[in-house]
Design a protein around this ligand. Structure first.
Ligand code: NAP
Length: 456
């Protein structure tokens, strides 16, 4: 890697340069791991870690506008959604600060067996060590926060590799942590060559845990290669929602908004909607009507609902998948004059159409008519993914049957499957991953227990 070279960041909407960061590779990653290992040798007490986390949360609120504009500029995320992300990042820090203050082991009831009688035992919860964090482009601030805030709460220094398309928000957040008092070495952002930086995180034995959010293709390979480390994966989905005949009337509005915000580039954007036959006509017309009202265009405009996808390559891929589908395109199906894909609704796709069985990660939703709840649940489960799913019904039994039978990490009832609050345990089953994020859960993963037994 040439010394002093820069990684240029371009707007996915205009193509103009919106910033740059130093470009790193193997050497920079090795230096960052060494600095993190040195930081670990001088632990920060929990009250100090919590104070820094609280301060970052306050700074994020103070600089909300700047954070939202940065997200929007580099990711092409409409300001409405970028503001939500910036707000949520502050809450991620607050929850991490709470957890830092509560981090403790537990007492073991030793006299519960004759062997333990006369002994006192407890566990200490200790930082696992240096953490390698790899983040995706689509939530460049809050998904970085979900890695680095719990790591600090747990007492672990981090080497962070942000997505090459969106490193500016990560750099901004690292600046806030420094401003809040984080000493050197505790967090180093290394943007640049994914394979070089990834190789260092996989190969260096001082890195004890890799936390990865992104595509399954990359994530599972990392897990295979780093089999002696903890590798925690948050991966994709082909998110389903079921609409029953007795669904609350706002189901179509909620699903329309949550299918297309950030152009469907959230791992839990609604992608496949299964509609019971009795609800079909009314739902389809209401859904399409609400989709057609969404404002498509410049992400910097505060009124825009749907902006560009991250790259021309992805735009071409998504439009190709739409063309290949054997379903009926009810609306959208093409890009507007600015190259932004119009929100696209496809009715009755074939089960093996890519828009139905793969993760589209774009502004495309399919509608499938089903004759029973069983058929809807089977359809929702007919994917290798399992992150979040939803059902809309007023019937208690249907909702609880779905909650039990939908093979997903989270099931939402009368709420879009796109819903996430930062204190939730969030994560997938099957090909969608092997962990739960949310500060309390992440901190658990980033620490290990040491047993202490005292002979009385
Ligand atoms: P991606 O292409 O897998 O990239 C994710 C990160 O991995 C980027 O930082 C990327 O770096 C890095 N990377 C790529 N190759 C690597 C390698 N060989 N070694 C180490 N790191 C490597 O995913 P994306 O396109 O950014 O994000 C979209 C995907 O993320 C979707 O599948 C989405 O569903 C998933 N996602 C999941 C969640 C969740 O919480 N479950 C949340 C958001 C997104 P470069 O950018 O430099 O290539």
């Amino acid at each position: 890697m040439a010394a002093g070279s820069l990684l240029e960041v371009r707007s996915p909407y205009s193509g103009g340069v919106v910033g740059s960061v130093p470009k790193g590779g193997r050497l920079e990653a090795q230096r960052a791991v060494a600095a993190a290992a040195a930081a670990l040798a001088e632990p920060l007490p929990a009250y100090e870690r919590a104070r820094i986390l609280d301060r970052v949360s306050a700074l994020l609120l103070e600089r909300h506008d700047e954070a939202a504009r940065l997200i929007s500029a580099e990711a092409g995320k409409p300001m409405k959604a970028a503001r939500v992300e910036a707000q949520r990042a502050a809450s991620t820090y607050t929850f991490a600060a709470v957890e830092a203050r509560k981090l403790a082991g537990e007492m073991i009831p030793m006299d519960a067996s004759a062997a333990g009688a006369g002994k006192l035992a407890f566990t200490l919860r200790l930082p696992i060590g240096v953490i390698g964090a790899i983040s995706p482009f689509n939530f460049p601030l809050n998904l970085v926060a979900h890695k680095i805030a719990p790591a600090l709460a747990a007492g672990c220094p981090v080497v962070l590799k942000p997505a090459s398309a969106t490193p500016l928000s990560a750099q901004f957040l690292a600046g806030l942590e420094r401003e809040a008092g984080l000493p050197d070495g505790w967090l180093t952002v290394v943007a640049g060559s994914a394979s070089e930086i990834g190789d260092v995180l996989v190969e260096d034995e001082r890195v004890k845990l890799i936390t990865f959010t992104g595509s399954g293709e990359v994530g599972w390979k990392l897990a295979e290669r780093a089999h002696r480390k903890r590798v925690k994966l948050e991966l994709g989905n082909a998110t389903p929602a079921i609409v029953c005949a007795d669904a609350p009337p706002d189901a179509a509005v909620k699903l329309a908004a949550n299918s297309f915000s950030f152009a469907g580039q959230s791992c839990i954007s609604v992608q496949r909607i299964f509609v019971l036959a009795d609800a079909w006509d009314a739902f389809v017309s209401s859904f399409v009507e609400h989709v057609e009202r969404l404002k498509v265009g410049d992400p910097a405009d505060e009124d825009t609902d749907v902006g560009p996808v991250i790259s021309e390559h992805d735009r071409d891929r998504i439009l190709e998948w739409v063309r290949e589908s054997r379903g009926d395109v009810l609306t959208g199906g093409e890009a507007n004059a600015d190259g932004v894909i119009r929100p696209t609704v496809i009715a009755s796709p074939a089960p093996d159409d890519k828009v139905q069985c793969e993760e589209v990660f774009g502004p495309v939703v399919t509608l499938t008519k089903v004759s029973s709840l069983d058929e809807a649940i089977d359809g929702a489960n007919a994917t290798r993914y399992g992150l979040q799913a939803a059902i809309f019904t007023r019937d208690l039994q249907s909702s609880l049957a779905a909650a039990q039978r939908l093979e997903f990490g989270g099931v939402l009832i009368n709420e879009a499957p796109t819903f996430r609050a930062d204190q939730m345990p969030y994560g997938g089953v099957k090909a969608s991953g092997n962990t739960r994020e949310g500060p309390a859960w992440t901190i658990h993963e980033m620490t290990e227990e040491r047993l202490v037994v005292l002979n009385l």
